[in-house]
Design a protein. Structure first.
Length: 454
């Protein structure tokens, strides 16, 4: 079978894509100045802006968003009367966690076992490179048939909402006929997938205070209220014995009726240790796509090394709650806050601070844009039909775009399939997936333009 010209062009561009992703991964662009210098994010934003200018984008700008970060915007006009497509990615990344656990430096793109390893390689610096590859392939094969807007967010991983706030204040900036969010992933390597739902999220910090200061555990332990023990008891109240989330007032029995996730596949993808049970009930898809899930993602307590025999006066924890489609993240925030305030033991003083929030999202998979994407994926992945799945993660901008531009169609694709291990050590991207999804995006843009012209 003769290869499609778009496929041939993308294949020829892959060495350049690897070189560019190497440069982009090298920026330690964690949007938290307590972890890495702000200058790293600024340098990554400048790199993205330069890349857009090199592709002849107009109006390229570094947008100073209200959370103190920068998003990068550019516009590439298409033929007269052509529809406008917004392409989204984010250049900020998760912290590398334990760098000693990486098999290669987290900010140095390294090829190993047929994959490219590095923080952000899949989530979501690779998504930006995917957009560039698709546009370059179209330029080399007759031109880009749509007007293109690109927005690269600078704080998506922090959930601080800077771009959402900026979009509300500048409502025409991101207006488009359709949006391609390049920040999700295929259900499995080689299985073309669009994401139809996203869980929302809320992020809270809770602090408990019980004493004016730490006390000697021998002299006072047994009667003095221990804030760390109180925190352990409070956090335990957020889950049933089987691990089901138990926030007062939240529904936990919703069902997922789409593509299923076999338990044995999930155990392998999640690298669950032998003999350790999965938590909660229902199908895996129910648990990770249709129901709320609470996770304690951080706790302040004395380290084991150097610990003293003390009753702790204060304790603090950070809690993430994933909110399924059909639930309101603001309501979930109030319920979680009320739960924490009601379940703190021994009259401990409770202070709750919200540090992030995003609404869940549900796409209309019957729209013309999805038909155009299905046709594109059929060529990019010969012999495969496009699948639709949920995603447990959150992309708060989706709901902002749906609210601001209710007529726009929103599609979610990307490079974060299970083997990518996003947010974990040894994150990687499959270069084959980068190549195939770039082909799919290019063909989608061509199909979409044709459908609008018909």
């Amino acid at each position: 079978m003769t290869a499609h010209p778009i496929s041939e062009t993308v294949a020829s561009l892959m060495p350049r894509a690897k070189a560019e992703l190497t440069e982009l991964v090298a920026f330690q662009s964690v949007a938290d100045p307590a972890v890495f210098p702000k200058s790293e994010c600024e340098a990554a934003a400048a790199w993205v802006a330069d890349a857009l200018r090199a592709e002849e984008f107009q109006d390229v700008a570094l947008l100073d968003t209200p959370d103190g970060t920068q998003s990068v915007y550019g516009f590439l006009p298409g033929p007269a009367g052509a529809p406008t497509v917004l392409l989204y990615a984010h250049y900020d990344v998760q912290p590398p966690l334990d760098e000693s656990a990486w098999l290669s430096p987290p900010f140095e793109l390294t090829e190993r076992d047929g994959r490219w390893f590095g923080r952000g390689a899949a989530d979501c610096k690779g998504g930006f490179i995917m957009h560039l590859l698709a546009l370059r392939a179209l330029k080399a094969n007759g031109g880009i048939p749509v007007s293109v807007k690109v927005i690269a967010e600078g704080s998506e991983e922090q959930g601080t909402g800077g771009l959402e706030q900026y979009a509300h204040a500048h409502t025409e900036l991101l207006a488009a006929d359709t949006v391609v969010i390049g920040d999700t992933g295929n259900f499995r390597v080689g299985l073309p997938t669009v994401t139809s739902t996203l869980r929302g999220m809320t992020m809270l910090r809770v602090r408990l205070d019980t004493l004016e200061g730490n006390l000697h555990s021998g002299q006072f332990g047994g009667a003095a209220p221990d804030a760390l023990a109180a925190m352990i008891q409070l956090l335990a109240s957020l889950r049933a014995e089987d691990g089901t989330t138990t926030v007062d007032g939240l529904t936990t029995d919703a069902k997922w009726d789409g593509l299923q996730y076999p338990e044995e596949d999930f155990r392998k993808d999640a690298k669950v240790l032998d003999g350790v049970e999965l938590i909660s009930t229902g199908t895996v898809a129910d648990r990770i796509w249709a129901r709320p899930a609470v996770t304690v993602i951080g706790i302040d307590c004395p380290a084991v090394v150097g610990a003293t025999p003390s009753v702790q006066a204060s304790a603090r924890a950070q809690i993430s709650l994933r909110v399924p489609p059909g639930e309101d993240a603001a309501v979930a925030t109030k319920l979680l806050t009320a739960h924490l305030e009601a379940h703190a033991p021994w009259g401990a003083r409770v202070a709750v601070e919200q540090v992030g929030q995003g609404q869940p999202f549900r796409a209309d998979v019957t729209s013309p844009a999805y038909t155009a994407m299905a046709d594109a994926m059929r060529i990019a992945y010969p012999g495969q039909e496009m699948q639709s799945s949920g995603m447990g993660g959150s992309i708060p901008l989706c709901n902002t775009l749906a609210e601001l531009y209710p007529e726009a169609e929103i599609l979610l694709i990307g490079l974060s399939e299970p083997e990518a291990q996003i947010h974990a050590v040894n994150e990687s991207v499959s270069p084959q997936e980068l190549e195939r999804l770039s082909v799919a995006e290019a063909l989608f843009l061509r199909n979409y333009a044709a459908s609008k012209a018909a």
